[in-house]
Design a protein around this ligand. Structure first.
Ligand SMILES: Nc1ncnc2c1ncn2[C@@H]1O[C@H](COP(=O)(O)OP(=O)(O)O)[C@@H](O)[C@H]1O
Ligand SMILES: Nc1ccn([C@@H]2O[C@H](COP(=O)(O)O)[C@@H](O)[C@H]2O)c(=O)n1
Ligand SMILES: [Mg+2]
Length: 435
């Protein structure tokens, strides 16, 4: 290569067009690469599954007032952990009282199905099931009205939990549910909890709570809530105290949601299990208001996780050490002879994390043209001379259309075939982390 064409600036200029590296999910799913190790039958079945729009799993949670519905939902959400879960309360769809009704609020039956705007609730669940977000009203139990100017935006999610005393009452709403749970708690316990909650949180006095309970809440429970128990798939006695039932429900939801689609198609893809820390970091870096400093800080933290995870896939040898107390500890020795190869330019953003994990590691570079520059895809390469003796960590954090990813895969496979090295597809790991 002539001197001027050897400079990185020059080659970057030549490789004009937006930088991309990696794979576009929809394209890949409809035509998986031939290098995939999945069997053809497995591949086609999974690919068609993945092409179908992914429907959220809708869970209805019903039960008498103060039975622990909200508590049970909170526990399920906590335990589902790595899935996106949203909670929609039927309470949000209470109709606001008119001025006339407000004057005689003690005569209003909040436990009758007509107290809710069920058409709007139905619209909400239907929209969310088909992947749309919804502006859910905000209801105030003290004024018995909806906030006129603010809503809670609820985004499309893997799991939608719909909770309320009468969510099983309307057949159309019921039919949208994949799973129906009834929280069954002793009536005396519920009344005691309701008195405490309504006096502490909902601005009521004991007399009005007892009066409302006897006049409306109990009769409506007998007429509408209890008869809807028969629609439940699961009945949870003792509500939130029933940890066994909640564990079983969470396990069932996990099974229903299944593995990440990519894992089903590509067995070499590893998904890093999400945590609330990871979700929190994703939330920050996706916020258009984030400062550059914070974006870099949290991206670095995420990248570090990917790099650590990738390193965990390298082979190891056993190693024994003597501890300060003189006992022998049998552990493992880090894999020797590593190098990184970053795909210019985005891959360079992963270099610091790799250097921080592996002191003094050699890092080479590849610049690949998306479509091929006059048929040539490899525009620039600078690789460690002894790369054939090293395990290669290919650094590529952004996955887009797939062309360059296929190229780098081939490159990695060449390394693998010629030198029997372990290829750790860090790019894929990262993709799954953000996916
Ligand atoms: N297992 C429990 N032990 C003690 N208090 C509970 C338990 N479950 C719920 N509570 C309390 O009882 C009240 C009603 O519970 P909540 O989950 O809001 O019921 P619901 O949503 O069915 O009306 C709340 O104040 C809550 O903190
Ligand atoms: N303005 C209102 C609206 C509703 N209620 C009562 O709330 C109960 C439903 O909520 P839970 O969390 O207990 O399921 C229902 O029994 C209504 O009586 C109210 O008091 N005031
Ligand atoms: Mg509740």
């Amino acid at each position: 290569m002539p001197e001027e064409t050897n400079s990185i600036d020059y080659v970057m200029e030549k490789a004009s067009g937006p930088h991309f590296s990696g794979l576009r999910l929809d394209g890949m799913l409809s035509s998986p690469p031939s290098s995939s190790t999945a069997s053809p039958s497995h591949r086609s079945a999974s690919a068609s599954d993945s092409n179908a729009p992914k429907q959220p799993f809708v869970i209805g949670v019903s039960g008498g007032t103060a039975s622990g519905k909200t508590t049970v939902c909170d526990m399920i959400i906590q335990q589902l952990h790595d899935h996106r879960v949203v909670l929609v309360n039927q309470d949000s769809f209470y109709r606001g009282l008119t001025a006339e009704e407000s004057k005689r609020v003690h005569e209003y039956n909040f436990d009758h199905p007509d107290a809710f705007d069920t058409e709007q609730l139905l619209d909400c669940v239907q929209k969310m099931r088909s992947g749309h977000s919804y502006q859910v009203p905000i209801y105030d139990f003290k004024s018995h009205r909806r906030c006129s100017d603010s809503f809670r935006q609820v985004n499309a999610s893997d799991v939608i939990i719909l909770e309320g005393i009468l969510v099983f009452h309307d057949q159309r709403v019921r039919n949208l549910m994949n799973m129906k749970i009834f929280v069954d708690t002793d009536a005396d316990v519920r009344l005691a909890r309701r008195i405490r909650r309504d006096t502490v949180e909902r601005g009521r006095d004991i007399n009005s709570v007892l009066e409302q309970y006897a006049k409306f809440v109990k009769p409506a429970f007998d007429d509408f809530v209890l008869p809807s128990k028969k629609y439940a798939d699961v009945i949870i006695p003792r509500g939130g105290d029933n940890h066994v039932a909640i564990d079983l429900i969470v396990q069932h939801i996990h099974t229903k949601l299944g593995q990440h689609d990519l894992c089903k198609i590509y067995p070499n893809v590893h998904v890093i299990q999400s945590t609330f820390q990871i979700r929190g970091m994703h939330t920050l870096i996706r916020d258009k208001e984030i400062s550059k400093h914070d974006f870099v800080f949290y991206s670095d933290r995420l990248i570090r996780l990917v790099v650590e995870h990738g390193l965990g896939h390298l082979p190891f040898t056993e190693k024994q050490v003597v501890t300060p107390t003189g006992s022998v500890y049998t552990g493992v020795d880090f894999c020797k002879k590593l190098c990184g190869v970053s795909i210019v330019r985005s891959g360079e953003s992963m270099e610091n994390a790799l250097r921080a994990c592996c002191k003094g590691i050699k890092i080479g570079k590849l610049l690949i043209h998306r479509d091929g520059d006059n048929g040539k895809q490899l525009i620039y390469e600078k690789l460690p001379k002894d790369i054939s003796e090293r395990h290669v960590l290919l650094l590529d954090p952004v996955l887009a259309t797939g062309n360059k990813f296929l190229f780098t895969s081939n490159f990695a496979i060449v390394c693998f075939v010629l030198k029997s090295q372990v290829y750790v597809p860090i790019a894929l790991l990262f993709f799954v982390l953000v996916g």
